[in-house]
Write a protein that binds this ligand. Structure first.
Ligand code: FPP
Length: 249
């Protein structure tokens, strides 16, 4: 399916972030266990990633596992980790065929070794791809990320390599997990929940928010296009009275 005419491909967000929510409710609706919802969530991941790359989006970040998700029942955590390993392993060839680079942000050391190994392999194997970067947020928490950045900056200052008087927003950003990645212009959350849930708190200062009632396993490229269209209808002013073009920001 091609990109709808109503989308202006000259005015795309460079970076779209998605809070994929509603897998559990989708499973319940179908009379199944929660992990069934996660499995079907992979179809939505594939469809959305493909659509984003085809359109010309440069960065797509997916909230795949939050630091808070460690509080879920062990059986669900294990199933999610297994699904991640299997999906990343199976899809690495597709990522390479489509020139998509894989990256991950979050407290990756807390993931099972087998998961880290698979991630490292796929990240290395796709590292030269240039069409789009797919970033998986895993064991991710924005507060964890901000505290880690503050700690690293404090250590650098204590070691004498950073002058505290020169710490500004730009320098702080370089200590975040997203260093080198532009802030998302658009954040999508599915499943009718209106929360940010500790996701990219620093990076979404000026981000447009888009909420849809669709449960994540039902989310498809058409829904992604709807979100992009909604974004393109908005006037982004960044605190000014006049709308800004991307070049003026
Ligand atoms: C939220 O739904 C979803 C998750 C915590 C996991 C998302 C994981 C996937 C879509 C599968 C693997 C992903 C990749 C990138 C390979 P929920 O369980 O919180 O749903 P609920 O709010 O209805 O309970």
């Amino acid at each position: 399916m091609s990109i709808p005419q109503s989308i202006d491909t000259q005015n795309l967000p460079h970076h779209v972030a998605i809070i994929m929510d509603g897998n559990g409710r989708w499973a319940r609706k179908h009379g199944k266990v929660r992990t069934f919802g996660h499995k079907h969530g992979v179809t939505a991941v594939r469809d959305t990633t493909e659509a984003a790359a085809e359109m010309g989006i440069k960065f797509l970040t997916l909230y795949a596992f939050s630091a808070e998700n460690w509080n879920r029942p062990r059986i669900e955590i294990n199933a999610l980790m297994e699904l991640l390993i299997q999906t990343i392993s199976k899809e690495t060839k597709t990522l390479n065929d489509n020139n998509i680079r894989l990256q991950a942000i979050g407290d990756l050391d807390s993931l099972p070794k087998s998961c880290v190994r698979q991630l490292d392999d796929s990240i290395a194997s796709t590292s030269d791809n240039t069409r789009m970067t797919l970033i998986l947020a895993l064991s991710y928490s924005a507060r964890w990320e901000i505290v880690r950045a503050a700690r690293r900056l404090a250590e650098a200052a204590a070691a004498g390599s950073v002058d505290p008087a020169r710490v500004d927003e730009k320098m702080f950003s370089e200590y975040l997990a997203t260093a080198g990645i532009p802030d998302p212009e658009l954040l999508i959350r599915t499943s009718g929940e209106y929360r940010i849930s500790n996701f990219l708190l620093w990076q979404i200062a000026y981000t447009e928010l888009y909420f849809t009632d669709k449960l994540w396993p039902d989310f498809r490229r058409e829904d992604f296009f709807d979100a992009i269209e909604s974004y393109q209808k908005r006037e982004r002013r960044f605190g000014d009275v006049n709308p800004k073009t991307p070049a003026q920001r």
